[in-house]
Design a protein around this ligand. Structure first.
Ligand SMILES: Nc1ncnc2c1ncn2[C@@H]1O[C@H](/C=C/CNC(=O)c2cc([N+](=O)[O-])cc(O)c2O)[C@@H](O)[C@H]1O
Ligand SMILES: [Mg+2]
Length: 214
């Protein structure tokens, strides 16, 4: 049977990236998606904005919602200080299989915990299962109608503290209107928009950075 796009993306990583070199994995995926097959990675342009937010924050505890093939997982984990941890949630087992191999190829598996399951099931279990009190950074990049309910769930589970940063992909394309309205109008967040482009295209998209005020 025909291979899947994530399988072809992984093949491109194994062919063109150097084991243990996260930057080469990122470049191989960006090249594949720009010149072979588009895929829904945050991409190189928005990826630079993601990099700057991570570098400025220097987070110890990071949560990623929606691993897909692990592109943003590698982008984030490569910048984390020693001892810092990234937990990434992915409920599609076929994507998880690919992402684990991309993460391993990049050589950053010691910083990453890929949990196979749904965000709504695992967010309430972060404390008792992973010993996580609160997160310093959350990267939202899963199904767009899950951004708002999962944000409210994280608030309810006490996983956000004064200063926790929520960084949301695709706030313009495909768009997350209910989430945007919430974080931009709630007194609990200081929110700002980083204008960019949809990965590998000229369409507008951007990231919304929202700091939880407690
Ligand atoms: N509740 C949940 N728990 C765990 N994993 C979950 C989940 N909901 C979805 N996922 C996973 O997150 C990824 C979904 C991404 C949706 N992005 C998108 O739909 C998307 C679309 C475009 N686009 O169409 O241009 C561009 C983009 O950058 C995009 O991120 C998939 O790997 C999916 O299995
Ligand atoms: Mg996205």
């Amino acid at each position: 049977t025909r291979s899947t796009r994530p399988q072809r993306l992984l093949k491109a990583v194994k062919q063109h990236a150097t084991r243990g070199d996260p930057q080469s994995v990122i470049s191989a995926i960006d090249h594949f998606c720009r010149h072979r097959e588009w895929a829904m990675n945050v991409g190189d342009e928005k990826g630079c904005i993601l990099d700057s937010v991570v570098s400025e924050l220097n987070p110890e505890k990071v949560l990623e919602l929606g691993t897909y093939c692990g592109y943003s997982t590698v982008r984030i984990a490569r910048l984390l200080p020693p001892g810092a941890r990234l937990i990434t949630l992915e409920f599609n087992p076929d994507y998880a299989v690919i992402a684990r191999q991309v993460i391993a190829w990049a050589g950053i598996e010691d910083k990453v915990q890929l949990v196979e399951g749904a965000s709504e099931d695992w967010i309430p279990r972060m404390k008792e299962h992973f010993g996580i009190e609160t997160f310093d950074l959350v990267f939202l990049d899963h199904w767009k109608d899950h951004y708002l309910p999962d944000t409210k769930l994280m608030e309810g589970c006490g996983l956000l503290r004064k200063g926790t940063v929520l960084l949301a992909d695709n706030v313009i394309c495909p768009g997350v209107p209910d989430y945007l309205e919430y974080v931009r109008n709630s007194r609990s967040y200081k929110s700002c928009y980083f204008k960019s482009h949809l990965e590998y295209t000229r369409a507008e998209d951007g990231l919304e950075k929202s700091v939880f005020l407690g």
